[in-house]
Each structure stands twice: as structure tokens, then as C-alpha cells.
Design a protein. Structure first.
Length: 149
């Protein structure tokens, strides 16, 4: 069963390992090198995220396969950040389900925001499939928004 649960400090190393694999695969696929956002491969960065934001681990049959965190922007607005899935579990529809689980967990949120790199066509497909609309872009990032009536 696929589920999202609040991440704990003891999950930080495993989440960091998944982020490292996921970001390295993505960057390597499109840019021919490893990499990710600042601190993506540092457990201290994940501990900071778990302590500061609303951090979730994504579990499949009680095995952590991904993570994400949320930043409240206002009473009814939320930003979804750092949504990663272990490469072994990508392309199986889990991302779509996770996004629906997140929305169901926060029914009072009527506006969701997120961004993704311009080169990340898989993410773009997922976000559009989930009803996100592109609101801006620059040479590096695309910003998306989803409004729920």
C-alpha cells in the first residue's frame, strides 16, 4: 500500500540516499552529470528540512521510496517542494497517487504551488496530469500553480 507519513529525524539518512539517487539520475539523464539543489546529498540538510517544514516520507508497503516537504504560504495556500522518488519506483504511477494523497490530507488548501527544472520533462508531465498550470518560466525553472474550487 502506498502512503505518506510525517518524516522523522531517524528517516533523514534514507531520505538523503533516495534524494541523491533521484537527483543524480535526473541531472545525469538531461545534463550528463550528477547534481541537485544545494545540500541534496547531505543528511544535515534533510534534518533541517524535517525540523523546519512539513516533511513527509513516501512509503510503499512500509518501505520508504521517496519524500517531499510542504511550506504553508497562507491559510489556504501551500507550496510542494523537493518531491523525489527512488528511481526504482519511478514511472509506475506512484507520483500521481502521492500528489492526490497530499491534497486529500490538506482539504482546506485551495491553491498549490511548485516548480521544476525546465529540463525535467517527466515532472512537467506529472504536474500537468495533476491539474497544475504553468504560470511562469525562466531559463532554469518552471513555476506551476493548481487552484482547487
Amino acid at each position: 500500500m502506498l502512503d505518506i507519513k510525517k518524516a522523522k529525524i531517524e528517516d533523514a539518512q534514507l531520505i538523503t540516499d533516495i534524494k541523491t539517487k533521484a537527483y543524480n539520475k535526473e541531472i545525469n539523464t538531461y545534463l550528463g552529470r550528477n547534481g541537485g539543489p544545494t545540500g541534496y546529498d547531505k543528511v544535515e540538510s534533510e534534518i533541517y528540512i524535517i525540523n523546519k517544514y512539513i516533511a513527509y516520507k513516501i512509503e510503499l508497503d512500509n518501505q520508504i521510496i521517496g519524500a517531499l516537504f510542504l511550506i504553508p504560504l497562507a491559510d489556504s495556500k501551500m507550496r510542494l517542494e523537493d518531491f523525489v522518488m527512488d528511481p526504482l519506483f519511478q514511472g509506475k504511477g506512484y507520483g500521481y497517487i502521492v500528489m492526490k494523497l497530499v491534497e486529500k490530507t490538506y482539504p482546506h488548501i485551495n491553491e498549490w504551488q511548485l516548480s521544476t527544472p525546465v529540463f525535467s520533462v517527466g515532472n512537467q508531465h506529472l504536474y500537468k496530469k495533476n491539474g497544475y498550470v504553468e504560470i511562469s518560466r525562466d531559463e532554469d525553472e518552471i513555476e506551476y500553480r493548481k487552484k482547487i474550487q
